[in-house]
Design a protein around this ligand. Structure first.
Ligand code: NAD
Ligand code: DAU
Length: 370
């Protein structure tokens, strides 16, 4: 039985991981630590929040004393670190929070883990031999690819281009150094773009779905030919699970679905899927009367080319051969099934995305935690 501390567990991937884990390993104890920034939503954990083996802690990963307390009081042996500022556009307009959370926050977690697990500071100097610090990173640390370059492997040199990816790269290096220098049992996974339920609607896929429903423009940065490698979020959770069970200490594992799409094609695919849903389900036309699909009009006409993202990476692609071979990893979801599930989730969870978009959730958080 494991005792997990999941940082950022109220965010998109963290919450999906918590659902995955509690469903599969129902005897394990899960503690979520989350600062509930604009991207964190406690409602993402509604279905598990009353379970006896689940605890939610509202707090910041930069608070080393709090982390030490949680590790000791809950007897944590496994730390899965998702908490981060994650949106590239926000890192371009305001990098400070990225440096603070992604670098200093990771450093604070590493210091706490070393003190509690390796130094035995609260246990008469006894080392906790069976411990794991798993760091969730991204393919963006490898930089950008041309259309003909081979995909990123774990040996690709780091070349981060945005303040976001630079902050993630810095945290990856700190994690690596804590293993090399102090012997902390670490693993790191570098995953490609995720999509699925609870994805905050500032990111491309949920933004496009919700904008179509509101008859708003679908902004395409630059020429729309940038390529991303999309993975259904539950398959990311499954990959981390395999790394936690069988990954070698000190190693990095790439996780991806071998599923490259140009942005413009993703947007057109989603437009068609939403239109088909409106044809199948007449109730959608009543719920979203201003949507073009409600009037049997072409949704693609909402596509609007806008100014490109500064320093926009052209292409990401993950070569997951190591993870596939060593850990027997294969994604379970095809893009066809994953994107259909995702569109259905947004159509069925209007209350969720409306609350995170209109600020009422943020106001509620401010009241709860002021
Ligand atoms: P997200 O922005 O949806 O969620 C981040 C969570 O971290 C939120 O719940 C937020 O409240 C919390 N958080 C932020 N700052 C915090 C702090 N200082 N202390 C405690 N909690 C804090 O992000 P996501 O998309 O779920 O990404 C999770 C992790 O996975 C990140 O580390 C990201 O770099 C990585 N990743 C994301 C993707 C992707 O496609 N989204 C792909 C690969 C890797
Ligand atoms: O590759 C993994 C990364 O994927 C993660 O590390 C990041 O946390 C995550 O946010 C994501 O980064 P991207 O920048 O790739 O995701 P985003 O959804 O912001 O954008 C996807 C692509 O779509 C990118 O090329 C920019 C483009 N885009 C995005 C938005 C929001 C648009 O063309 N229009 C938009 O409005």
């Amino acid at each position: 039985m494991k005792k997990l501390l999941v940082t950022g567990g109220a965010g998109f991937i963290g919450a999906n991981f918590v659902h995955y884990w509690m469903n599969k390993y129902s005897a394990d104890k899960v503690v979520v630590l989350d600062a509930l920034t604009y991207a964190g939503n406690i409602a993402n954990l509604d279905s598990v929040k009353d379970e006896a083996n689940f605890t939610f802690v509202h707090g910041n990963i930069c608070d080393q004393v709090l982390i030490e307390k949680l590790l000791v009081e809950h007897g944590i042996d496994t730390l899965v670190h998702f908490a981060a500022e994650s949106h590239v556009d926000r890192s371009i307009t305001g990098p400070d929070a990225f440096i603070e959370t992604n670098i200093m926050g990771t450093y604070s977690l590493l210091k706490a883990a070393k003190k509690v697990w390796l130094d035995g500071a609260f246990n008469d100097g006894k080392v906790l031999e069976e411990h794991r610090f798993h760091h969730v990173s991204t393919d963006e640390v490898y930089g950008t690819l041309s259309p003909t370059d081979p995909a990123f492997t774990e040996d690709t040199a780091y070349a981060p281009n945005s303040p976001y990816s630079a902050s993630k790269a810095a945290s990856d290096h700190l994690v690596r150094a804590y293993h090399h220098t102090y012997g902390l049992n670490v693993t790191t996974s570098n995953c490609s773009n995720n999509y699925g339920p609870f994805h905050f609607p500032e990111k491309l896929i949920p933004l496009v779905i919700t904008n179509i429903l509101h008859d708003k423009a679908l902004p395409i940065y630059g020429d729309g030919q940038q390529i991303r490698d999309w993975l259904y979020v539950e398959d990311h959770a499954y990959g981390i699970d395999l790394v936690l069970q069988n990954g070698r200490i000190g190693e990095n594992y790439n996780i991806g679905g071998d599923n490259e799409w140009a942005n413009i094609d993703i947007v057109k695919t989603i437009s068609k899927l939403v239109e088909q849903e409106f044809v199948k389900n007449k109730d959608l036309g009543i719920r979203f009367p201003t949507a073009k699909a409600a009037m049997a009009q072409n949704t693609e006409s909402l596509i609007t080319y806008v100014k490109d993202r500064l320093g926009h990476d052209r292409r990401y692609a993950i070569d997951a051969t190591k993870t596939n071979n060593e850990l027997n990893y294969q994604p379970k979801e095809s893009f066809e099934t994953g994107i259909a599930k995702t569109v259905a989730w947004y159509l069925n969870n209007e209350e969720w995305w409306k609350s995170v978009m209109d600020g009422s959730y943020q106001n509620w958080i401010a009241e709860q935690y002021s």
